[in-house]
Design a protein around this ligand. Structure first.
Ligand code: UD1
Ligand code: CA
Length: 494
């Protein structure tokens, strides 16, 4: 997509976004795993511009810090007062020029609040711009409701002629407000013509601002070519001004991500209740059941089946693994492994091939070998477990002494009993067993059975003495009588 590599892309992101009613700057609100401005700079990045400039204003410390993380190549230019889109682009160009950057070629301008804009669409715009030999090419769209948008004004009574200018909604006549073709706010400009036209933009409009859109009329009047490129899908240029539009954009982007996944061979049982982030990857024949959210760099291997009811973040699910009703964050689930239902895998969990983390099991920083099973009601924290070991139900890896975390190491082919407390640091050798109910505080050598629990003592007749007349006492008495008769019967036969 770098055939028409622009000299610069300028992203406008200085506006306040008042209608979000938020302490967070508008462009930092997130959908599908990226901030709004993050989506825009990602699309801009696909053009491989020589310079990527983001005009910041409201919340500029937060926005600039965020850009440092997601787009280190981007240069933030501060617009102190938001005097309009034309003003924003003018100061961006002036700051570049002041820094000795002489832009030559195409400058693309986009808004920081249009997260659905695809890099491909930008590439088509720059292509149309180059092919037409235009001074400016505007990305337009036909929308069902053009309220609030700048209208594309064309030559001739049919309205189908060349673009003559853009008129803002607030400045439009009743007839112009009938126009359905709108300005997306995305443009490709000739850098030098843009810089000179911006010096001629006036503030004599209803908002008293420097409108970038006025550049079209100025260039046209000076005899330059003004072109338009119509977006195939108007929803792509949706600008986010409030949280209703934020949700709408999230839904649209999610639909796009699921659409791509399905065409790539992933079965999505219920797209309406399935949510993907942009960084999610997958292989064919993965199956996603309802009520599932995959975030971050989550990956589904071939034939892996997740859901219903899974929330997986930055988690790798191996080929053929089965995960249901699970929350996982930063986990690696091996091929053919089984997880759930009702399982919580935290950061640093690694399940080997065919391993199992069953019902009401929580794991953290745990390396679980191939074929090893932790089937029920257990906490496995800070542990290394070998292969084909079975951890008894209701076991706790006691990793925290109140000050520091300690590690437990268990070998291969071990059988730990139910209800064990494994007090770290502790090591259990290969092939060892532990008795049910043990509190293991000392290392267990390979092949040993460790028994670490109190001895059982039965105090006969205690209930009859201490709870006379109770239901328990009557039941005990009946059992004793029945036992005596049974003994007699057996005695007669023998
Ligand atoms: C703008 C366009 C309009 C178009 C619409 C598309 C102008 C004059 N109007 O209107 O034709 O249909 O976008 O969504 O360009 N910004 C700055 N600094 C400023 C002013 C704005 O950085 O001084 C940024 C905003 O943060 C925003 C973008 O520019 O990301 C657009 O500004 P906004 O006020 O939303 O313009 P609209 O009225 O929507
Ligand atoms: Ca807007």
């Amino acid at each position: 997509m770098t055939a028409n590599r622009p000299a610069a892309v300028v992203v406008l992101a200085a506006g306040e976004g008042t209608r979000m009613k938020s302490a967070t700057p508008k462009v930092l609100h997130r959908i599908c795993g990226r901030s709004l401005v993050g989506h825009v700079v990602a699309a801009a990045g696909e053009l491989a511009p020589e310079h990527l400039v983001v005009v910041v204003g409201h919340g500029r410390e937060a926005v600039t810090a965020h850009l440092g993380e997601v787009a280190p190549a981007a240069r933030a230019v501060v617009q102190q007062e938001q005097n309009g889109t034309g003003h924003a682009v003018r100061i961006a160009l002036e700051e570049l020029a002041g820094g000795g950057v002489e832009l030559d070629g195409t400058v693309v301008v986009v808004c920081g609040d249009t997260p659905l804009l695809a890099g491909e669409t930008l590439a088509r715009l720059t292509e149309a711009h180059a092919d037409g030999g235009n001074a400016v090419t505007v990305l337009t769209a036909e929308v069902p409701d053009a309220t609030g948008y700048g209208r594309i004004v064309r030559d001739g009574s049919t309205g189908a002629g060349a673009v003559t200018g853009i008129v803002e909604h607030k400045d439009a006549s009743a007839a112009q407000r009938e126009i359905r073709e709108i300005n997306s706010g995305v443009f490709a400009f000739d850098a030098k013509l843009l810089a000179s036209a911006l010096t001629q933009v006036r503030r004599d409009n209803s908002q008293g601002e420097e409108y970038l859109t006025d550049v079209l009329g100025i260039l046209r009047a000076a005899g330059h070519r003004v072109g338009a490129s119509l977006a195939a899908d108007h929803r792509e240029i949706l600008g986010i001004n409030n949280r209703v539009q934020l949700a709408e954009a999230r839904r649209l982007l999610n639909d796009r991500l699921l659409h791509d996944a399905m065409l790539a061979g992933v079965t999505v049982v219920d797209p309406a209740s399935t949510w993907f982030d942009v960084a999610v990857t997958y292989e064919p024949d993965a199956v996603v059941h309802p009520q599932t959210q995959l975030t971050g760099a989550t990956r589904l291997g071939a034939g892996a089946e997740v859901g219903p009811g899974c929330t997986l973040s930055d988690t790798v699910v191996g080929a053929g693994a089965r995960v249901l009703h699970t929350v996982a964050d930063g986990a690696e689930i091996g091929p053919e492994a089984k997880v759930g239902p009702y399982t919580y895998l935290r950061a640093g969990t690694r399940l080997g091939t065919g391993a199992k983390a069953g019902t009401y099991v929580e794991m953290k920083n745990a390396d679980v070998g191939a074929g090893t099973k932790v089937p029920h009601l257990s906490y496995v924290g800070d542990a290394t477990i070998g292969e084909f070991t079975n951890i008894g139900a209701a076991s706790v890896f006691v990793n925290y002494d109140g000050v520091a975390k300690h590690h437990t190491t268990i070998g291969s082919h071990c059988r730990t009993g139910a209800d064990n407390m494994l007090v770290a640091p502790v090591t259990i050798g290969d092939g060892a067993y532990t008795a049910a109910g043990s509190v293991i505080t000392k290392d267990v050598p390979a092949g040993s059975l460790a028994v670490a629990r109190g001895q059982q003592r039965n105090i006969e007749g205690w209930v009859a003495r201490k709870r006379p007349g109770s239901a328990a006492a009557r039941a005990a008495e009946a059992a004793r009588d029945a036992g005596a008769e049974g003994d007699e019967g057996a005695g007669q036969q023998g």
